[in-house]
Design a protein around this ligand. Structure first.
Ligand SMILES: [Mg+2]
Length: 269
């Protein structure tokens, strides 16, 4: 990731960044830990947030005059074609991304379904912040990301948010856009946004296998002296007692409480 373009930090073309209350950049950190937010920091089974989100996105398509069948088809098509429904909506329907964010993520009843998990907070508090910085890496917009972290009472243990910025041109680029996971420039821009040192270890946990595979391809799997794999797949749908290695080589955990067994150097005992 080049440093600056015309005096502007180049990473801003690819990611949005929001420092939180305990923000410190990563220039002097030995490691950076990236946490996906949605369906990773809370249970998708208990909250049913993925279904609630899909309902709202389909309602949004219906609001554009599509019937139920077409709404469903187009939502799936845009998701497959562009990775994010919003890309197709802006491209083909010239919608206002902020209106979309307000009506979809913004209208989720998160206050009712999300509750703090003291054990998760305690786990993240065991990370030595002198050595390791902890940030969120999300494909949501910042409003939703902040809201979720606040409701989970994790907005003081997560130090900053790299998010998908619905307002940057790059998100809607016709050819190879690079502004959300799993697009490689999104990850490298995230590292640049927090000023991560080139030799810092990078850890990452996400409930999307394609996001993990992309991170590994970028080298977010070379962990210096540790033996474990730093890009870990979170899969609550297949509960296991311990982390396991899948056929593709990716390490999977079914509870974030298993992370210290994969990354013993990150968490204090
Ligand atoms: Mg997720």
């Amino acid at each position: 990731m080049p440093g600056t373009v015309n005096g502007t930090e180049a990473w801003r073309a690819h990611v949005g960044f929001e420092p939180l209350a305990t923000y410190a950049d990563a220039h002097d950190a030995q490691a950076v830990l990236w946490l996906d937010i949605d369906n990773t920091l809370y249970s998708q089974v208990d909250t049913r947030i993925p279904e609630l989100m899909a309902d709202r996105i389909r309602d949004y398509f219906r609001g554009l005059g599509l019937d139920d069948h077409d709404a469903e088809q187009l939502h799936t098509h845009y998701y497959k074609e562009y990775g994010l429904a919003i890309r197709g909506l802006v491209k083909h329907h010239t919608i206002d991304p902020m209106d979309y964010d307000e009506k979809c993520d913004g209208s989720l009843p998160l206050e009712r379904v999300l509750h703090p998990d003291p054990a998760l907070r305690a786990l993240l508090e065991r990370i030595d912040r002198r050595r390791v910085r902890v940030y969120a890496l999300t494909n949501a917009y910042k409003t939703h990301a902040r809201r979720v972290l606040s409701l989970l009472q994790l907005d003081t243990v997560v130090q900053g948010i790299v998010y998908c910025d619905y307002n940057i041109d790059e998100l809607y680029a016709t050819r190879s856009p690079s502004s959300c996971k799993p697009e490689p420039a999104f990850y490298t821009a995230a590292q640049a946004a927090v000023h991560a040192a080139p030799d810092a270890h990078v850890y990452f946990v996400d409930d999307s296998m394609q996001n993990i595979v992309a991170a590994r391809a970028l080298g977010w799997q070379s962990c210096g002296t540790c033996h474990a794999d730093p890009a870990v797949y979170f899969d609550e749908l297949h509960p296991t007692d311990a982390p396991r290695t899948l056929d593709n080589g990716v390490v999977s955990v079914s509870s974030l409480q298993q992370l210290p067994r994969v990354w013993p150097g990150v968490f204090a005992p």
